[in-house]
Design a binder for this molecule. Structure first.
Ligand SMILES: *[C@@H]1O[C@H](CO)[C@@H](O)[C@H](O)[C@H]1NC(C)=O
Ligand SMILES: *[C@@H]1O[C@H](CO)[C@@H](O)[C@H](O)[C@H]1NC(C)=O
Ligand SMILES: *[C@@H]1O[C@H](CO)[C@@H](O)[C@H](O)[C@H]1NC(C)=O
Ligand SMILES: *[C@@H]1O[C@H](CO)[C@@H](O)[C@H](O)[C@H]1NC(C)=O
Length: 493
């Protein structure tokens, strides 16, 4: 009797747990970018994802270490194809077959990765690309779909194309006027029709931050979800934030070509914390908290009240990302480069962000400008250029976290960034005798400016081979336990 009661309790607990999962209590999605000089190790990143409730992740390319770490994690994966592969995949179905075999089938069969989507290209129709991928995207999409079917994956994996919101516009200034950009309208129509026939969604990247950053007249409050901006009235609908308005502009554009109920994913949305006056902790926390609240509440937009998957951009900062769009590009993470928490986020259900665990760092050592060196030394400027051409100095830009340092501290920041990027090698702290190594943290007190220490990538590599068997053993024990519980409870019910 006592046992029966106990096993029923266990059964109930399991039911509640799985119900919770099905309800999406732990259901966030994000982009995992890997353009870092010292990437956070894959196993630690996957644990970070799981502990923070991310059960869907998007990769920009088939990064081997990320994919291997995602194997048997329970996380659903979208794998991207970079734009520079589109032309070859478009012109030759065998290239598509090769890509699917090497970068999809392999990881499913050998590593147990739960791949659900292949994203063909990344914002290939972006205006600033001046049309260079416009002709290859659609044929590449067709070839990848054919290759997935050939590999027996046509049901399990859906194709999509992540597009920037600049593929549509509205001439009337309100969402109902939405239409595809004239130069890509035909291609968009082909792609949408093809995706629809193959049950693939359209993926759209929407950046309220970029609206604000690129337009000095943009009403700042309209970028946020709880802002006090004057609402935009569109017929019977009132828009209070640009994300809703932008998404519904796409819905209108789709209606105009006859695909008004086409499924849409939000492939990227987020807010950076540094590298621009509008990119700071307060704005990022405000925006992302509003975004998370919507996801938790399962809120859609006025024209699409049913919620969709929203992939937050991004998980962690990437110090080697291209800064062509701006210095903020390396600071989109909700976590710092090392998986530490930048700012708290309430994830619903009493949960808040938790940091990565088990990260190994290089020594507690920094490189700074030597007190004996003069700020008038003619070697200073070339030394700074050298440091910042290799290392990430974006936090020094005006309006950024280290934008107010004096010349000496500014130089120290650049020297240290270089020294850390070069794995603290002795000769990386020379700079014509302008620099020296210190054991005292030079980060200025009471400011958001931090002189970081890099991740010890080598130490992680040498220990990861030891950690793997213990993990497998752990999950086997868990599996056996749950099997015994199920057996016992089914006997006693
Ligand atoms: C698999 O993906 C990687 C990363 O994008 C790429 O370098 C490689 O060429 C791909 N393999 C094939 C066969 O296309
Ligand atoms: C909006 O929400 C953020 C985060 O929840 C909060 O800090 C801020 O005070 C709110 N602002 C307004 C105008 O309500
Ligand atoms: C700080 O360093 C950056 C990068 O080298 C440089 O562009 C900037 O002029 C420096 N600012 C000051 C105040 O020295
Ligand atoms: C830093 O160390 C890691 C691990 O040993 C290595 O892969 C990487 O290339 C090194 N970086 C530099 C710039 O030497």
């Amino acid at each position: 009797m006592g046992f029966q009661y106990f096993s029923k309790c266990v059964f109930l607990a399991l039911c509640i747990l799985s119900q919770g999962l099905a309800n999406g209590v732990f259901g966030f999605a994000c982009n995992w970018g890997t353009r870092s000089t010292h990437p956070l190790p894959g196993d630690i990143t996957v644990k970070l994802l799981k502990e923070n409730g991310f059960n869907k992740v998007k990769l920009f390319e088939a990064d081997p270490s990320a994919l291997k770490a995602l194997g048997k994690s329970g996380i659903e994966v979208m794998v991207g194809i970079p734009n520079d592969l589109l032309a070859s995949i478009a012109s030759n179905v065998n290239a598509a077959i090769q890509w699917v075999s090497q970068n999809v089938s392999n990881y499913i069969s050998k590593n147990g990765v739960d791949i659900r989507y292949v994203a063909v290209g990344n914002e290939p129709f972006l205006s600033s690309y001046k049309g260079q991928f416009v002709q290859s995207t659609y044929p590449a999409l067709q070839n990848i779909q054919a290759a997935l079917i050939k590999a027996g994956l046509g049901r399990q994996i859906k194709v999509t194309v992540p597009l920037n919101a600049d593929v549509y516009q509205t001439d009337s200034g309100v969402p109902s006027g939405g239409a595809f950009r004239p130069d890509v309208k035909d291609q968009m129509t082909n792609i949408v029709k093809f995706l629809s026939q193959n049950d693939g969604p359209l993926t759209i990247n929407i950046y309220p931050f970029l609206s604000l950053q690129s337009d000095p007249n943009f009403p700042k409050e309209y970028a946020f979800f709880n802002g006090s901006a004057a609402p935009v009235v569109d017929g019977s609908i009132t828009y209070t934030n640009v994300l809703d308005a932008n998404f519904d502009t796409l819905v209108s554009a789709l209606e105009k070509i006859g695909f008004g109920s086409m499924p849409i994913l939000v492939g990227e949305v987020g807010w950076p914390t540094d590298g621009d006056p509008n990119a700071n902790i307060q704005n990022a926390q405000r925006f992302n908290q509003g975004l998370v609240d919507r996801i938790v509440k399962k809120q859609g937009t006025p024209k699409r009240p049913t919620p969709t998957d929203i992939y937050i951009f991004g998980l962690i900062d990437e110090d080697a990302k291209s800064i062509e769009p701006g210095n903020f590009e390396r600071h989109w993470g909700i976590f710092n480069y090392d998986g530490s928490v930048k700012y708290p986020l309430n994830l619903g259900g009493g949960k808040t962000l938790v940091p990565a665990k088990g990260v190994k760092y290089l020594q507690k050592r920094w490189c700074i400008m030597s007190p004996q060196a003069s700020v008038l030394d003619p070697n200073l400027a070339p030394s700074l250029s050298k440091a910042c051409s290799v290392a990430d100095c974006t936090s020094l830009s005006p309006g950024s976290s280290c934008g107010n340092l004096d010349t000496r501290a500014n130089a120290s920041y650049a020297f240290n960034a270089y020294y850390q990027t070069m794995n603290q090698s002795q000769d990386a702290c020379q700079f014509n005798n302008l620099a020296m190594i210190t054991n005292t943290d030079p980060s200025p007190a009471q400011s958001g400016c931090k002189f970081n220490i890099m991740i010890d990538v080598g130490k992680h590599r040498s220990t990861s081979s030891l950690a793997a068997p213990r993990k497998v053993l752990g999950s086997m024990v868990l599996l056996i336990f749950s099997f015994v519980f199920m057996l016992l409870s089914s006997l006693s019910v």
